[in-house]
Design a protein around this ligand. Structure first.
Ligand SMILES: [Zn+2]
Ligand SMILES: [Zn+2]
Ligand SMILES: [Zn+2]
Ligand SMILES: [Zn+2]
Length: 351
């Protein structure tokens, strides 16, 4: 009989742990059970069955939005997002941590103060001399302890990703189709018209992209690539040009990053169908502006980190090119910038 109280206390503990999970209802009436863990700008992070998802707050009904407002009023730990409450609090920069959360991701020892640390944008920290036992997520730059990497987080081509990015990763053409649908309204609003030619999207590993890149002399840490072929059919009466495009895009990138890379590739298609030519910094810088337009619309934290990486990039083509074209965009606006690009058109002439 002595075992019953033990079982009872276990059940109580489980129900206590689950107390934060609640039912969420979208404006179109769908429901889902999940736990709120983050509010960033216009986006919420909700953990559903152990996976982290991000949604626009506007997707939820009023009472859910009210819950989100109340939730974000409470002072929370930057690491675990539970309320700070009366527990002892540690601070780093503008962030607060529970004492038990203020520790190294590699050795799990609490920081005393005065140690050399490395930290990411997500509340993760390691002793500087333990950083060699960690990697940064390929997408969001979260610090991950190598000892805690799960097979799901190691992509076949060697990229390493955090649990959050891995659980939102796009691996199939079918999900890529959802990304495509999400990208086009923004592109259309900029004045970028749909491709005239056929577009095939292939979701591939780094090795495939690197191999395909050799065909067009591209190099670097590519996350997407577009190959365009064209045919000019000329009769005595008319000349017609047809296009075929192949987009190669890395598998396993989270939805938002995928959308920004796909937008970049569609920008290449827009340029290619108009035979617009310029130096690599102008071309890639222009395509990165289109990427940025997607990231600006997304507004969440992951989007702003990807955008920040692009802004700060010291790559002479992608980083410097982006900054140069960004200045141009600020002067001209999208309509005039697209016209300026169109004037660089150099259609091939038939001999
Ligand atoms: Zn905490
Ligand atoms: Zn450590
Ligand atoms: Zn990540
Ligand atoms: Zn490009």
């Amino acid at each position: 009989m002595g075992r019953i109280p033990y079982i009872l206390s276990l059940i109580l503990l489980i129900s206590f742990v689950r107390v934060d999970a609640r039912i969420w209802t979208t404006v179109d009436g769908r429901t889902q059970t999940g736990e709120l863990f983050e509010v960033e700008g216009e986006e919420v992070g909700i953990k559903i069955k152990g996976r982290e998802y991000r949604f626009l707050i506007s997707r939820f009904i009023l009472s859910d939005r009210q819950y989100i407002r109340e939730w974000s009023k409470v002072s929370r730990c930057h690491r675990c997002s539970k309320p700070i409450g009366n527990s002892r609090v540690r601070e780093a920069g503008s962030y607060k941590f529970h004492e038990s959360c203020f520790k190294c991701l590699v050795c799990n020892k609490g920081f005393q103060g005065g140690e050399k640390l490395k930290r990411d944008e997500w509340g993760g920290m390691v002793h500087a001399n333990h950083f060699n036992q960690a990697v940064m997520c390929d997408t969001c730059s979260r610090i991950i302890s190598l000892a805690q990497l799960t097979p799901q987080q190691i992509l076949k081509d060697g990229r390493k990703t955090c649990i959050s990015c891995a659980s939102d990763g796009v691996y199939e053409v079918k999900r890529m189709e959802e990304v495509r649908k999400r990208v086009w309204p923004t592109l259309a609003a900029l004045g970028i018209s749909l491709p005239k030619g056929d577009v095939i999207i292939r979701v591939v590993g780094k090795d495939v992209i690197a191999r395909q890149a050799l065909k067009i002399n591209a190099r670097g840490n590519l996350r997407g690539l577009t190959l365009t072929t064209y045919k000019i059919v000329s009769t005595s009466k008319s000349t017609r040009t047809t296009f075929d495009h192949e987009i190669f895009i890395l598998y396993g990138m989270p939805h938002i990053e995928c959308a920004s890379v796909l937008a970049h590739e569609y920008a290449h298609i827009w340029l290619n169908e108009r035979f617009i030519e310029d130096s690599p910094p102008v071309v890639e810088g222009f395509c990165n502006l289109v990427s940025e337009a997607i990231l600006l619309r997304e507004k969440g934290k992951l989007a702003s980190i990807i955008r920040e990486n692009m802004k700060q990039s010291d790559n002479p083509v992608y980083g410097a090119g982006y900054r140069r074209m960004k200045q141009r965009l600020e002067v001209l606006g999208w309509t005039a910038l697209l016209s300026e690009m169109k004037r660089k058109s150099q259609p091939p002439t038939l001999r």
